[in-house]
Design a protein around this ligand. Structure first.
Ligand code: NDP
Length: 240
C-alpha cells in the first residue's frame, strides 16, 4: 500500500508543489485547504490528488479529518504542516484578532495536527513531520510581529518534538523559506517586493518547487539521521 502523506494548505502555492512532488513520488497524498473551494477543485481535477477541507486551527476538525483519512487509507506516514496566513501591520496597528488568527493558523495548527498523529507514529516506530516556518521567524520582519512570532514558535516546536521522538524512528524538521513566488508574496506591494528582491543574493524569488524538493528529501528514508534541523532555503538572504 502507498505511504500516506497529509499536506496542510496543500492546494495552492508551496503546499500545492509539495503535494504534487509527493504524489509523483508514489505517496497517497491528501491536500488540505481552508476555504478556496474553486482552487482546490481545480487542483484536484488537474493533478488527480485528493483534497479535503478543514481548518487546521481547529483541534476537533483536525482530529475528525485525520481519523477519517486513517480509516480510509491507513496511518499517516508523512505530515507536512504547511498551511499559513499573514495579517501584516505594525505592532501598534495589529489587533488582537490579527495576532490570534496568525498564531492559530501558523503555530497552533502544528500542535493540532502533530498531536493527532504522534501516538500512532510512536507506536509504529516510524514517521516524518516536516514544518514550514519562514526566514522572518529567524530574523524578524517589520510589520510581522505576529507572523515572526508564530514562525519562530514553529522552529522551537520542531526542536522540542524532534528531541522527544528521536528514539522512536520519527524525524521532525523545519524548512525556513525565504521569499517564494506564490499568492502570499503577490499580496506584497510591487515597490516593497522590488526592494526585497534586491536583498536576495541570487537575485530572484524562490519557486514553490524548490521548497517541495526539500520536503521530498526530508520525507525520504535517506534523511533518517536528520532531525530537529532548520533548513533555510532563501537564496542567501539570511545565513544562520
Ligand atoms: P498561499 O497563501 O499561497 O497558500 C496557503 C494555503 O494554506 C492555501 O491552500 C490555504 O487554503 C491554506 N490555509 C490557510 N489557512 C488555512 C487553515 N486555517 N486551514 C487549512 N488550510 C489553510 O501560501 P504560500 O504557499 O505562500 O505559503 C505556504 C507556507 O509557506 C505558509 O506557512 C507560509 O507562511 C510559508 N512561507 C511562505 C513564503 C512565501 O514567500 N510565499 C515564505 C516563507 C514561508 P485556501 O486555498 O482554502 O485559502
Amino acid at each position: 500500500m502507498a505511504k500516506v502523506a497529509v499536506v496542510t494548505g496543500g492546494t495552492r502555492g508551496i503546499g500545492a508543489a509539495i503535494s504534487m512532488e509527493l504524489h509523483r513520488g508514489g505517496y497517497k497524498v491528501i491536500a488540505n485547504y481552508a476555504s478556496n473551494d474553486a482552487a482546490a477543485q481545480d487542483f484536484a481535477k488537474q493533478h488527480g490528488i485528493e483534497v479535503m477541507k478543514w481548518d487546521v486551527g481547529n483541534y476537533e476538525a483536525c482530529q475528525r479529518s485525520l481519523a477519517s483519512i486513517e480509516e480510509k487509507y491507513g496511518a499517516v506516514d508523512v505530515l507536512v504542516n504547511n498551511a499559513g496566513i499573514t495579517r501584516d501591520g505594525f505592532m501598534h496597528k495589529t489587533t488582537p484578532e490579527m495576532w490570534e488568527a496568525v498564531i492559530t493558523t501558523n503555530l497552533t495548527s502544528c500542535f493540532n495536527m502533530a498531536h493527532c498523529v504522534i501516538n500512532g507514529m510512536r507506536l509504529r516506530g516510524v514517521g516524518r513531520i516536516i514544518n514550514i516556518a519562514s526566514i522572518n521567524g529567524q530574523k524578524g520582519q517589520i510589520g510581522q510581529v505576529n507572523y515572526s512570532a508564530a514562525k519562530a514558535g514553529v522552529i522551537g516546536f520542531t526542536k522540542a518534538l524532534a528531541l522527544e521522538c528521536a528514539n522512536k524512528g520519527i524525524t521532525v524538521n523545519v524548512i525556513a523559506p525565504g521569499y517564494i513566488d506564490t499568492d502570499m508574496v503577490k499580496a506584497v506591494p510591487q515597490n516593497v517586493l522590488d526592494s526585497i528582491i534586491g536583498q536576495i543574493p541570487v537575485g530572484r524569488l524562490g519557486t514553490a518547487e524548490e521548497i517541495a524538493h526539500v520536503v521530498n528529501f526530508l520525507a525520504g528514508e535517506g534523511a533518517g539521521f536528520i532531525t530537529g534541523s532548520t533548513i533555510t532555503a532563501n537564496g542567501g538572504q539570511y545565513m544562520v
